[in-house]
Design a protein around this ligand. Sequence first.
Ligand code: NAP
Ligand code: HSE
Length: 429
Amino acid sequence: MSDKVIRVGMMGLGTVGRGVYRILKENGAGIEQKVGARIEIKKILVRDLEKNRGIDPGEGILTTNISDLIENLGIDLVVEVMGGVEPAFEYSLRALNQGKSLVTANKDMIALHGKELFEAAEANGSDVLFEASVAGGIPIIRPLKECLAANRIQQVIGIINGTTNYMLTRMHEESLDFDQVLKEAQSLGYAEADPAADVEGYDAARKLAILSSIAFNTRVALNQVYVEGITHITAEDIAYANELNYVIKLLGITKETDEGIEVRVHPALLSKKHPLASVNDVYNAIFVRGDAVGDVMFYGRGAGEMPTASAVAADVMSAARNLLRNVPGMISCTCFEVKPVKPMGSTLTNYYVRLNVADKPGVLAGIAFIFGDNEVSLASVIQRHTAGHSAEIVLVTHEVLERNFQKALEAIKELPNVYEITSVIRTEG
Ligand code: NAP
Ligand code: HSE
């Protein structure tokens, strides 16, 4: 048993906090050997001291007073697993300003306030680690910062929201509608009562802002990420996607281009041949392309008590090693360049479009003319007669400039024989 101890203060003892507590206890002996010191949780901040948590941290460990952690000279390292932006940000900043290293799982806080946290860490010689903030248990932050550091990263494409991946998988498997799978995801505890953060794409956008900043060594702000959720995806789109040899996934896509960083979250028809197409259920995966390494994919559980705790505890071990060697502050911010974010209108993508039109001669020709006039070239067309005098047309375009495509759509909407543009979804791969 080592005589050295790293003293941890933890903010939060909910799903992730409980997992971190368990992993540090249950795997304590191995962790001590790997780090060269015992890691002891000395204080835990919670809201409710009386709550039954299924674990007993011991007398005097729980507190509702943040000063017990932050102004406590006996604590070396603070783990923030309380979530939300405030007061998590205020407390984390105070901890860094007291010279303590910070480990966090909080994507909301890092996506919004990463810059301030890193500046405070640098000023105080502390570390900030946040592996669990993107894709829970999957190692991706450190691989991008360290193992792939010699590459120029070209693109990162991820399935980084488990709830929506579960919902889309179920829609594919059972031909279910969005509302049905949402209820199912809520009953299984994947989706919150208010599912907006997941289904509107905001959760994925926060994670993508973090990934993009790290991959391209520039700070990408949350409000620079283009975001579109999955609420408009229907069982009919899924069926057409299947027929065309695609699956529909909510993707986070970021690429470095001559015009700047592309950074977007939206559902996409993804070729069944793409490695991400077979990532199903609540699983997450991140596909990285580097100039030297080529393609690399990271796959696993993007959330949950123990997978997320696995990433938090490993960060605690890294920060502890730096403290033991008296080199906290070694793991610094890697956003050392300033690169523009490419306007969405300049993005090149392929599109799938479904329209409900009058079943008359010349209607398809009118649509094709407007696309052609806006330099949108069509790759394939399916036309089906539907009830009455209407028909359904499904078009897939070649690669097009977003602003040309949107201009064409505006004009097509005005055609008298186009009753409805039912779906517009980008395609990838
Ligand atoms: P959670 O279950 O809601 O737990 C939050 C904990 O923080 C609770 O123990 C709560 O205390 C405490 N807390 C919250 N606000 C507080 C305040 N103002 N003062 C004192 N204590 C406060 O959350 P979680 O699921 O563990 O998530 C924690 C963080 O990990 C979040 O940033 C989340 O985004 C991130 N994360 C979670 C997952 C996951 O699978 N859950 C995956 C990846 C990342 P009480 O228990 O007394 O109420
Ligand atoms: N709500 C997230 C998801 C998990 O479904 O992936 C926490 O980041």
